[in-house]
Design a protein. Structure first.
Length: 335
C-alpha cells in the first residue's frame, strides 16, 4: 500500500468567484516517479488571482475549467524526492509552475527549474523571484522601460506584482513612485516596507484629490493591475508620451458587469502607449530576471510582505481572502 498524501480539489463546477467551501482536501496515494521525470516534495504553494478564473474556465489561453479531481493549479517550490533523470538529484530545490495543491507532484523534467536558495527562504521563489516578480520586472523594466527620472503610478501596490514593481522602478532610478491600494494597512506596507514615495488609499474620502496632489507633475508610466476605471484615471494624469502596461484586472475577474470603455480621445491627446503583458512570453527569461533581482533580494532592497498559512486546513480560507483582494503581499501556503 502506497503512502497517502493530501490534495486540494474543487467540489463542483463553479459559476462565480470560488469560495473556501468549494474546496475539499482529499487523500490520494503518493505518485510514482515518471520515466524521464521527477517527484517534488512541495514545501510552499503560491495562491494567485489567475487561479480563480482558471478554475471557472475563464482564464486567457486555458479556457477549459480544471477537471474536478485534479489538484487546484498552483506554482510551488520544493525538493526533489525521487528522480529518473540525471539533471536532478534527491534534495535539489526546484520551482515549478505545475505544482498544484498537493504534497507531492510527479512531473516531467521540463516542468521543473532548479533554484538557488543560498541565503534566502526558498519561498521567495514564489513571490519576488517567482511569477509575480517576473511579471513586475517584465512590466517595469522590459515593457514600460522605466528610466531615470520617470514618475511611476502602480495600483494593487501592496500585492506581490505591484509591490515588487515599485521597488524595481526604484532600482531603475525612477524619480517618484506612487501606489494606490485598498485600505490604510495596505498603504502603510506600501510606503513603510516597499518604500514607495506615497500611497493613496482609495477607500478613503477625497482619494482622487489626494492622488492628484501626489502627482503634481503627472506621471510617465502606469502599471494597471485592477480595473479599466483606474486605468482611465491614471491616463488623466499622464504626461505626453507616457506608457501604461495593462497587467491585470483583478477587480473585474469575477463580475459580469461590462468593463468601462477606454477613452480614445484621451489616449490620442496624451500620445500615450498602452501595452498588454502576458507573462508566459517571459518564462524563458527567468535566469536573466533572477540575475537582476536576486542580488537585490539578498541585500534587502527587494522585499514583499507575506500572507501565509501553514498546512492544508487553513488554505481554502486564505484562497478565498486572496481572491477577494483581502490579503496583503504574497499569499502562500506553507506545507
Ligand atoms: N498579465 C500577466 O501575465 C499577469 C501575471 C501575474 C499577475 N497578473 C495580474 O497582476 C495583478 C496583481 O497580481 P498579484 O498576484 O500581485 O495580486 P494582488 O495584487 O496580491 O491581488 C490583487 C489585488 O487587486 C485588488 N483588487 C481590487 N478590487 C478587487 C476585487 N474585486 N477582487 C480582488 N482583488 C481586487 C486588491 O488590492 P487593493 O485592495 O489594493 O485594491 C488585491 O489585493 C492581478 O490582476 C493579476 O491577475 C497578470
Amino acid at each position: 500500500m502506497k503512502s497517502p498524501m493530501q490534495q486540494g480539489v474543487i467540489k463542483s463546477a463553479l459559476q462565480r468567484r470560488p469560495a473556501a467551501s468549494d474546496i475539499a482536501i482529499i487523500e490520494m496515494p503518493r505518485p510514482d516517479c515518471p520515466e524521464g521525470g521527477v517527484v517534488v516534495k512541495l514545501s510552499a504553494l503560491s495562491l494567485d488571482p489567475y487561479v480563480g478564473t482558471r478554475l471557472r474556465g475563464k482564464h486567457m489561453g486555458e479556457p477549459a475549467p480544471v477537471p474536478m479531481r485534479d489538484a487546484i493549479p498552483a506554482h510551488g517550490v520544493g525538493q526533489i524526492s525521487a528522480s529518473r533523470i540525471s539533471a536532478f538529484r534527491e534534495g535539489d530545490w526546484v520551482h515549478t509552475t505545475e505544482a498544484g495543491w498537493r504534497d507531492y507532484a510527479a512531473l516531467p523534467a521540463e516542468s521543473v527549474r532548479k533554484i538557488d536558495v543560498a541565503g534566502m527562504d526558498p519561498a521567495v521563489h514564489l513571490g519576488i523571484l517567482g511569477m509575480p516578480g517576473l511579471t513586475a520586472w517584465a512590466a517595469i523594466a522590459k515593457r514600460a522601460q522605466v528610466r531615470a527620472g520617470n514618475i511611476v503610478l502602480i495600483d494593487a501596490a501592496a500585492g506581490a506584482v505591484g509591490g515588487t514593481a515599485g521597488q524595481i522602478a526604484r532600482a531603475l532610478d525612477a524619480a517618484r513612485i506612487v501606489g494606490i491600494a485598498g485600505g490604510e494597512r495596505k498603504c502603510r506596507v506600501v510606503t513603510d516596507v516597499y518604500r514607495f514615495d506615497a500611497c493613496i488609499d482609495y477607500t478613503g474620502e477625497g482619494w482622487r484629490d489626494s492622488l492628484a496632489a501626489a502627482l503634481p507633475q503627472g506621471l510617465d508610466v502606469h502599471l494597471e493591475n485592477v480595473s479599466v476605471d483606474l486605468l482611465v484615471l491614471a491616463l488623466s494624469h499622464m504626461r505626453p508620451y507616457g506608457r501604461a502596461v495593462l497587467c491585470g484586472l483583478a477587480g473585474q475577474y469575477h463580475t459580469d458587469m461590462p468593463a468601462a470603455g477606454i477613452p480614445a480621445g484621451l489616449i490620442i491627446g496624451k500620445r500615450a502607449s498602452l501595452m498588454g503583458l502576458v507573462i508566459y512570453d517571459f518564462y524563458d527569461r527567468w535566469a536573466e530576471f533572477t540575475e537582476f533581482a536576486a542580488p537585490l533580494v539578498r541585500s534587502g532592497d527587494l522585499v514583499i510582505a507575506e500572507d501565509s498559512v501553514t498546512g492544508w486546513a487553513d488554505a481554502p480560507a486564505l484562497f478565498e481572502r486572496m481572491l477577494a483582494g483581502q490579503h496583503i503581499g504574497k499569499a502562500m501556503v506553507r506545507l
